[in-house]
Design a protein around this ligand. Structure first.
Ligand code: TYM
Length: 325
């Protein structure tokens, strides 16, 4: 039997190149490796922890599903589904809550960051977010979870919860390991000291951006002092970030990318990054335009059924372990 692999993306707006290089592009490679039984879902329940407009939510959910398919995730090779359509995610989160000390959640960097960035809406869902995420993973016996660097701490909690539950109730869960790409932390184009994030759109390159927008955004992207295209996160954070983007896009290492631009100016280098991104995204955008929303919705509900049948078995096992049935 192949090891299980799972990951999800929140439907909170357009995906950016950080989401792509840290997760989505890797999902496709991992799926196509044939080494895993893959589950990819739209993390819609997680997305309710931020301010949202219910009118926009269905479109945002559909958009993540479209992005999955356009990038090359295939329902023939992976189970693609919507988190909230499988109630076992919420059920397991409620059970796991009882084995999660508050102190462990208080330590979460993402909770601390979001408590500042959305200080008017520091809700219990935001605090409990990592427990729901642990439930997402543990429910499918996933051994591997491809994510960006910002989710590693949450994965650590999922491992801790699995271990704790197993120790008390007998072996029930697998301890999941994160799978990181070499571009697992892409920074903002306008400030290389801040992570590229949907909450700061001015620093994002979006997967739906037109070639014109991509060229302009890269032209305007901040650079560092000096002239050399060199990878050095300390003294050249902006150029290093662009090298990460370039290397991630063309599937090379930053060292190879650095040597390819040894004698290039910043302007030439930024142009080359823009053209590489455009070349990568053109087929993605074409595929996205060709997809019909009604077909994608059908595909999602078929995935929901497959995911639910795996999840229902696991939640029944958990309920039995804790004495509910
Ligand atoms: P989300 O929707 O915020 O982001 C989706 C994925 O993109 C990665 N990512 C980045 N990678 C590199 N550079 C960046 N600047 C960057 N920004 C985001 C994220 O690490 C993530 O892998 N909690 C998850 C969704 C989730 C999940 C799960 C993931 C819910 N349940 C279970 C795995 C397993 C999240 O907020 O992703």
């Amino acid at each position: 039997m192949k090891p299980h692999l799972i990951s999800g993306i929140q439907p909170t707006g357009k995906l950016h190149i950080g989401n792509y290089l840290g997760s989505l592009k890797n999902f496709v490679a991992l799926q196509n490796s044939g080494k895993y039984e893959c589950y990819f879902f739209v993390a819609d329940l997680h997305s309710l922890t931020e301010d949202f407009d219910p009118q926009e939510k269905p479109g945002q959910i559909l958009n993540v599903a479209l992005d999955y398919l356009s990038a090359g995730i295939s329902p023939k090779k992976s189970v693609i589904f919507q988190q909230s359509s499988v109630p076992a995610h919420s059920e397991l989160a409620v059970i796991l809550n009882n084995f999660t000390p508050l102190g462990e959640l208080r330590r979460m960097t993402q909770f601390k960051d979001k408590s500042e960035s959305q200080s008017e809406n520091v809700n219990a869902g935001l605090f409990d977010y990592p427990v729901l995420m642990a439930a997402d993973i543990l429910l499918y016996d996933a051994a591997f979870v491809p994510v960006g660097d910002d989710q590693v701490q949450h994965l650590e909690l999922a491992r801790t919860l699995a271990r704790r539950f197993n120790a008390r109730f007998g072996k029930t869960f697998i301890e999941p390991k994160p799978l990181l790409t070499s571009a697992s932390r892409i920074m903002s184009l306008d400030d290389p000291l801040k992570k590229m994030s949907k909450s700061r759109p001015q620093g994002c390159l979006f997967l739906d951006d037109t070639p014109e927008e991509i060229r302009n955004k890269l032209k305007r992207a901040v650079t560092d002092s000096g002239r050399e295209v060199k990878y050095d996160e300390q003294s050249k954070p902006a150029i290093s970030n662009l090298l990460q983007i370039y290397a991630g896009i063309i599937n090379s290492t930053v060292q190879e990318a650095e040597s390819a631009f040894k004698n290039a100016t910043y302007v030439d280098f930024k142009n080359a990054v823009a053209e590489a991104v455009i070349k990568e995204l053109t087929p993605f955008q074409k595929a996205k335009k060709a997809l019909k929303p009604a077909d994608v919705k059908k595909m999602l509900s078929a995935g929901d059924k497959k995911a639910a049948s795996a999840a229902e078995k696991k939640i029944a096992e958990v309920q039995k372990r804790v004495g509910l049935i």
